[in-house]
Design a binder for this molecule. Structure first.
Ligand code: 2P0
Length: 314
């Protein structure tokens, strides 16, 4: 097999607007429902070389211990593309947003690694194939192959060949996103575990696929018509419903801190006062805000700690 001396690739962080929550196949990371995200300008850059004796992984300038789950997950992914069992990789990966900020995710990491593998072995994979391969590393990584709005279609096939992401051509230049970072600590429960526990034990989970169908229709319509009220309401509702499945799981997964509740209350109050401000959350305590360019200074007054998250449209 031909391969290059070195290959390097970038992939963006993506923020889910309609969440991926629940798998129909845990090995292939096949989701129960479609999901939809927005890609950011920040992300992960990964370079790949041939290594010696074992895989060596560096994250943000530090060697990663082989015992860590990060190392083991990455090696399991590399096993999918290793030409033979004695071929090893030296991998350097860098997030251009601090990992501790709670935004850098496995999605941009596995998408960047997929793109680097494609260049390294000169595979010439199609975007669909790239998206399917990235999904094997982490489900949401399949969306980080594209900028802008991206929809991951769940697919129906057992082998997952119809479960990949596609870009949505609409852009929305006035749309703004920002993060309120409330905790830099490692999550007590991984999102992978929280997702599995919600599916297995929450009495609310059986309704989730129906809810996603409804929310997806609304979100797609709101993007097409630039209906920000509908967009914000739907995104917020979807995120809170996802957390409701965690809160009602057993044992419950409760990522919210006192400060998380404070921020949520402040968003709700601001809206009562007429500001078009909505929130979304990942599986963690931090809150992301959604608003329009015209309200940027008002939102910054209300949340001086707001970290702008620039959207990548191309
Ligand atoms: C998403 N999340 O759509 C959802 C919303 C978190 C909240 O994809 O496939 O555990 O097991 O690597 O990293 C994070 O879930 O997924 C995620 P897998 P992960 O972005």
């Amino acid at each position: 097999m031909n391969y290059r001396e070195e290959a390097c690739a970038f992939a963006p962080v993506n923020i889910a607007i309609v969440k991926y929550w629940g798998k129909r196949n845990k090995i292939l990371n096949l989701p129960v429902t479609d999901s939809l995200s927005l890609s950011l300008k920040v992300g992960t850059t990964t370079s790949l070389r041939e290594g010696k004796e074992k895989d060596e992984i560096e994250l943000n300038g530090k060697i990663v211990a082989p015992e860590s789950s990060f190392y083991q997950r990455t090696v399991r992914f590399l096993d999918l593309v290793r030409p033979h069992p004695h071929f090893f990789f030296t991998l350097k990966t860098k997030n251009d947003i601090p990992t501790a900020a709670g935004i850098a995710s496995s999605a941009s990491g596995f998408a960047a690694l997929t793109l680097a593998v494609n260049k390294f072995f000169q595979l010439d994979l199609t975007k669909k194939e790239l998206s399917c391969l990235a999904r094997r590393g982490s489900g949401s990584a399949c969306r980080s192959i594209y900028p802008g709005f991206v929809r991951w279609q769940a697919g129906k096939l057992k082998d997952g060949s119809d479960s990949y992401a596609k870009p949505i051509s609409d852009t929305w230049s006035d749309l703004r996103m920002g993060a309120i970072l409330l905790s830099e600590e490692e999550k007590p429960v991984s999102s992978r575990e929280a997702m599995a526990r919600s599916v297995a034990t929450s009495p609310l989970y059986p309704f989730w696929p129906t809810l996603v169908l409804q929310d997806m229709k609304k979100i797609v319509k709101s993007i097409r018509t630039k209906d920000f009220a509908l967009f914000g309401q739907t995104a917020e509702h979807n995120a809170l419903a996802m957390h409701a499945t965690m809160h009602t799981a057993f044992p419950p997964v409760f990522y919210w801190l006192e400060k998380t509740v404070e921020v949520i209350q402040r968003v709700l109050h601001a809206r009562q006062d007429g500001l078009q401000l909505f929130l979304t959350m990942h599986a963690g305590p931090n809150v992301k805000l959604l608003f329009l360019k015209k309200d940027e200074s008002e939102v910054k007054k209300l949340f001086p700690q707001l970290l702008p998250l620039e959207i990548a449209w191309s």
